[in-house]
Ligand binder design. Structure first.
Ligand SMILES: C[S@@+](CC[C@H](N)C(=O)[O-])C[C@H]1O[C@@H](n2cnc3c(N)ncnc32)[C@H](O)[C@@H]1O
Length: 360
């Protein structure tokens, strides 16, 4: 089952999906806001916050039990390499985080979504709530999950090219991005910013992966997934949200890009020294020198080095020859060969070899 919107209850639908079939889950569950009465702006107009029937629970115990049920199913559905993102406000995120840890999930990060245009605290009775929290987790401590580190760097709007941090600034969804109902009012009280979902999906999944959202609302997750070439399974109980969401998806197409393909994170093709010797890039018996041009080892036909009477791999040999505390370093950072009387890094020679022998 791929690229579907299921108009139903997640507690009924999640158990129907096969175990370990999902690469990535984004969940934006009910907040259990517990708000009462009508909220007015300072100028007197009514503010439409999240006071929806889907957000009502009988008690905290009821909400906890609901949380445990869907989180248990999500853990069963995740592939061993998969991960889950859950977003929530102060009203629910502690219940969710606690349940996740009790169920065996392993937390990778918690991220603060700093809303750059938050709803004011109209009464001035407490601090303005200007963030929500995202929990990013895996099935267990040993999960080898997808993380496109360099793609995240490229997407870092705070400091381009630097490591992405755990405070993300996005405005609350507004303007044209905000879906409107037939009378022009906002369709959904908690539609999430598309840019945030694109970031999440781009850094923690691959093209062709399957993304599940058990509380899909206006289908923001599906919109981002489709744009990035991922498959989606969306579950949403409300029929109106489903039909507006389906319309929204019709206007979205896959955008092939370095980000969608996570090109920055593609690992370079592995090249063996013995292969480069065969190809004539190096000669058995030639000197591998350190950058002082004095200390050297002698290359063997199998790619190992002869140094002080011992035959060892070039990484261990570099650490020894440099007298480093580490037992092994990356030999490509340390060894040079002589070409036309000049020291040339063996890394450069490997790069040239790679470029001339690219796999299609
Ligand atoms: C916080 S909103 C998600 C908003 C969504 N991320 C978006 O960008 O539009 C939660 C959604 O979950 C839906 N929902 C609540 N309980 C549900 C359940 N048991 N099964 C399926 N959907 C549910 C609600 O109708 C609501 O649209």
């Amino acid at each position: 089952m791929q690229n579907v919107i299921i108009n139903s209850d997640s507690l009924t639908e999640l158990p129907r999906l096969p175990s370990e079939s999902i690469d990535l889950i984004f969940a934006d569950p009910p907040y259990y806001m517990r708000t009462e009465g009508v909220l007015y702006r300072t100028e007197g107009t009514e503010f439409q916050g999240c006071n929806d029937s889907w957000d009502k629970f009988d008690s905290l115990e009821d909400y906890e039990s609901f949380t445990i049920q869907w989180l248990t199913e999500c853990r069963r559905l995740l592939k061993p390499s998969g991960s889950i993102w859950v977003i929530g406000s102060m009203q629910c995120i502690y219940t969710i985080g606690s349940a996740m840890q009790k169920l065996g999930y392993w937390l990778i990060n918690d991220i603060v979504w700093h809303k750059t245009n938050p709803t004011p605290n109209f009464m001035g009775t407490r601090l303005n709530n200007s963030h929500e929290t995202l929990i990013w987790a895996v099935k267990d401590k040993h999960s080898k999950f997808t993380f496109h580190y360099k793609t995240a760097k490229a997407l870092n709007s705070e400091a381009s090219g630097r490591q992405m941090g755990s405070v993300w600034r996005f405005p609350v969804c507004s303007g044209n991005e905000r879906l409107k109902d037939s009378s022009g009012h906002k369709l959904h009280s908690t539609q999430k910013p598309l840019a945030m979902l694109e970031r999440i999906i781009a850094i923690s999944s691959n093209i062709g992966d399957t993304v599940l959202d058990p509380f899909a609302g206006t289908m923001t997750t599906a919109a981002a997934a489709k744009k990035l070439g991922r498959n989606y399974i969306m579950i949403e109980r409300d029929k109106t949200y489903c039909s507006y969401g389906a319309e929204r998806l019709k206007n979205i197409a896959f955008e092939d890009s370095e980000i969608s393909r996570a090109e920055f994170d593609v690992k370079p093709q592995r090249v063996r020294m013995s292969e480069m010797i065969k190809a004539g890039c190096f000669k058995a018996g030639e000197k591998f020198l350190l950058n002082d041009g004095i200390e050297y080892a002698e290359l063997q036909s199998d790619g190992k080095l002869l140094y002080n009477g011992r035959i060892i791999d070039m990484h261990t040999c570099a650490a020894l020859a440099k007298n480093l505390r580490a037992k092994r370093v990356n030999g490509f950072d340390f060894w040079y060969v002589l070409r036309e009387n000049e020291l040339v890094s063996i890394r450069i020679i490997r790069e040239n070899y790679r470029n001339n022998n690219k796999e299609e």
